[in-house]
Design a protein around this ligand. Structure first.
Ligand code: NDP
Length: 334
């Protein structure tokens, strides 16, 4: 249960796990489904939904005293909609609860391929995977041999962007918040180099060390001080894909960025994107990703917390970097 609008850093106590009885009946005359939730996805944008929506915002706020909602994988138990039947597996927006009645079916996608773990549809084959794909290929216009930097590089999106860039023949460096994550980037995901940004007192100097010739492409996941340092190190005509700004999500007053003049001096192309605008390319993306996974061309690391009661800690952990890889909450195995 989302208790009430949050200000400042999200805490576990902003949510509550309760036991109760759910009415699993579809409303009379509705076109809906009843599902058993299997996996829930912890995604950084969920913090944005915990603030009362005002100003430019693409998210609707959660309703206080109601269950959170978010991306998940679920099994259909009952359906009054012609496109879904009992036994179907789906991914899309569901409730943070063991069972849900879903009447908003837009954006729900039926899972056809089950030779990969179902949890993958919360990540590599779901919303974060598509974000990595469009944010890199569509926004960055990458070319072989270019220098690519990725922040929050070991997370759900970052680990995939780095591997796409390596497949493209780029030189790839990532930043992450622990030695364990830095090792993962270099050893498992094949990044050319990686560093722990928490150990760097001067991010500008660190980037100059890793990119003496400058950065062609920056895949932005964090914002704040990192963005400022990156702007100083971009090459002329560089591209910045603004996927997320997680360092800002828990701040009541977002930090200012100092070095925006670099956008002009260096003719940098900086573009934000919203993954849901690209759902039309999901079938093509799914084909590509499934073959990458089956051929072992892409590695993928998940961090799976067990049980709905572990959900609040798992979600809060995103904002301190507790997760190693894509954070998922396992509710039930079918
Ligand atoms: P991750 O799996 O990467 O988890 C979040 C990670 O962010 C943490 O593990 C932590 O890693 C890092 N982090 C947390 N707080 C800070 C901070 N203050 N400063 C720097 N790093 C921090 O998340 P995702 O891969 O799911 O998401 C990555 C980004 O992409 C987010 O900003 C998210 O909002 C955005 N996004 C945007 C979409 C779009 O449509 N534009 C769609 C999906 C995601 P570490 O230990 O390395 O610090």
């Amino acid at each position: 249960i989302f208790k009430d609008y949050v200000s400042g850093f999200l805490k576990e106590s902003d949510m509550q796990v309760i036991n109760g009885t759910l009415k699993l009946k579809l409303p009379e005359g509705s076109n809906g489904i009843v599902v058993k939730n299997l996996y829930l996805s912890c995604d950084p944008y969920m913090r944005n939904r915990m603030t009362r929506a005002e100003g430019p915002n693409i998210f609707t706020s959660f309703t206080p005293c109601s269950p959170l909602t978010g991306f998940g994988v679920a099994k259909v138990l009952d359906s009054s909609h012609p496109n879904f039947k009992k036994g179907d597996l789906i991914w899309g927006t569901t409730g943070w609860e063991e069972y849900s009645v879903i009447t908003e079916l837009e954006g729900l996608i039926k899972i056809q391929h089950t030779d990969v773990p179902l949890s993958y549809y919360t990540g590599i084959l779901g919303m974060p995977g598509l974000s990595a794909y469009v944010g890199f290929y569509e926004v960055c216009s990458p070319k072989k041999g270019e220098y690519v930097f990725i922040s929050a590089a070991s997370g759900a999106v970052g680990q995939l962007v780095g591997q796409f860039a390596k497949l493209m023949g780029c030189y790839v460096v990532g930043s992450a918040g622990s030695k364990e994550k830095v090792d993962l980037l270099k050893r498992k995901f094949g990044f050319d180099d990686a560093f722990n940004y928490k150990e760097e007192t001067d991010l500008d100097a660190a980037l100059k060390r890793y990119f003496p010739e400058g950065i062609d492409i920056y895949f932005e996941n964090v914002g704040g001080k990192m963005l400022d340092a990156v702007l100083l190190n971009m090459k002329d005509h560089g591209r910045i894909s603004v996927c997320g700004l997680i360092s800002q999500y828990n701040l009541d007053q977002p930090e200012g960025v100092q070095n925006l003049m670099c956008l002009i001096y260096k003719r940098i192309h900086m573009k934000g994107f919203v993954v849901t605008d690209y759902y039309n390319i999901y079938p093509k993306f799914l084909d590509v990703m499934l073959s990458y996974i089956r051929e072992g061309k892409i590695m993928y690391v998940e961090d799976i917390a067990e049980g709905l009661e572990s959900g609040p800690a798992a979600l809060v952990g995103l904002y301190s970097g507790r997760n190693v890889g894509k954070q998922v909450v396992l509710i039930a195995r079918e």
